[in-house]
Write a protein that binds this ligand. Structure first.
Ligand SMILES: [Zn+2]
Length: 399
């Protein structure tokens, strides 16, 4: 199967000026050629021509921090009481909706009973539809640590090694650690460090030996410092980054994966259930403080030149539904003074690098998977136009 999308304005994900009247030639599941519609190579001229003039074409969006097994509208405790089959069937729906919203790849950083591994297999075999996936399996936390109710609890370097190896055995592409407290765990101090440098270093050593990267949930500064001393690759959230830890991240080449929407829920665009209302009330002071703090963190990270990725944390708490969560995430980057082009680049090319998958996804370039998002309106004029979806292609197939 081969076709050419012609006439759209192309935003290729590399951050340069958009290309008007572009053509993207797709052969099978990959992009074979990209350029101006007037320079179409002979092979492409014989393929089916799909006129998409008047539309905007960009890479499929990548969510670098998601929890695909949780619906993001009930408490995790309530979800854990459900029969496993109920979780599975709802997760199938979440996979389908995520893809339909233009997110063609995700990085799940905290799964449930390895359901996410089965979802990936079902998607790869064509039983259900959903995004490409990089998966961490179960999160690893200290005994009683952040999200311990879903975690593989482990203490001390030896147990941490074993816990990491268990995830890799189950099919994990990365290992996820909980290095500080978190607001989704009632009664926790988000500033408290929860893993020692030795425990973190034990995990990064065994993960790197197996070609996996390590992501760590961090809010407090001490946790970020421990993670940099322990060789962590990506800091998730990074709320209380300071000068010293920012410098350490640059020195290590570590990446910061911001999650803005889960800490700044969009309470207007959907009806809140009583559970959500209660959670919004409980977390109100934390949310207000967090929004102010993250503005400072983003400015500091950009001033220091830290490599930025972005994810939704959708599913991570009862106010993080899988509802245009990446569109909102990129909108919030623009609210934090980035241009729409910078936001789109972070949500595509940069996130592909966070996933260690930039050789095959993240930009509209020859040789990469034809994961494409076609929009009815210009996202550079108004980033909210990421919700104006005309079509989504994954591996050259229209969803
Ligand atoms: Zn999370």
């Amino acid at each position: 199967m081969a076709f050419v999308l012609t006439g759209a304005t192309l935003i290729d994900g590399n951050g340069g000026a958009p290309l008007n009247n572009a053509a993207v030639y797709v052969e099978g599941e990959r992009i074979a050629w990209v350029g101006s519609a007037s320079d179409l190579p002979p092979a492409a001229q014989n393929a089916e021509q799909v006129d998409v003039s008047g539309k905007w074409l960009m890479p499929g969006i990548i969510d670098a921090h998601i929890h695909i097994c949780y619906n993001g509208s009930e408490s995790t405790f309530a979800l854990l009481e459900k029969p496993r089959d109920d979780l599975v069937l709802e997760a199938v729906d979440i996979c389908e909706r995520t893809l339909a919203q233009g997110v063609t790849t995700i990085r799940d950083v905290g799964g449930e009973q390895y359901i996410e591994m089965s979802l990936r297999k079902a998607i790869d075999r064509g039983f259900i539809r959903g995004p490409r996936m990089k998966l961490s399996g179960r999160v690893i936390s200290m005994t009683g640590g952040h999200a311990h109710f879903i975690a593989r609890e482990a203490d001390g370097p030896d147990e941490m090694r074993k816990a990491a190896r268990e995830q890799i055995k189950a099919g994990a592409d990365l290992v996820k650690l909980m290095a500080t407290g978190g607001s989704a765990t009632p009664g926790q101090d988000i500033h408290a460090s929860q893993l020692t440098v030795e425990e973190i270093a034990a995990v990064t050593e065994v993960a790197h030996m197996m070609g996996r990267h390590v992501a760590a949930h961090c809010h407090g500064t001490g946790g970020i410092r421990n993670c940099m001393l322990g060789g962590v690759d990506t800091i998730e959230h990074g709320t209380y980054l300071d000068e010293e830890t920012a410098d350490m991240m640059v020195e290590n080449g570590a990446q910061l994966v911001l999650t803005l929407g889960a800490g700044n829920p969009d309470l207007e665009s959907y009806p809140l259930s009583p559970v959500q209302q209660a959670d919004a009330k409980r977390r109100k002071p934390m949310i207000e403080q967090g929004v102010k703090q993250i503005r400072k963190t983003i400015a500091l990270a950009r001033a220091k030149g830290i490599f930025l990725g972005i994810g939704t944390d959708a599913g991570g708490n009862p106010l993080a539904p899988h509802q245009f969560a990446m569109a909102r995430e990129l909108e919030l980057l623009v609210e934090n003074d980035l241009t729409a082009m910078e936001a789109i680049t972070i949500g595509t090319r940069n996130n592909a690098k966070v996933l260690r998958w930039d050789d095959e996804i993240g930009t509209v370039e020859a040789g990469k998977y034809a994961d494409l998002l076609l929009l009815d309106a210009d996202p550079l004029v108004d980033i909210r136009n990421l919700r104006e979806i005309a079509a989504v292609y994954k591996g050259g197939e229209k969803v």
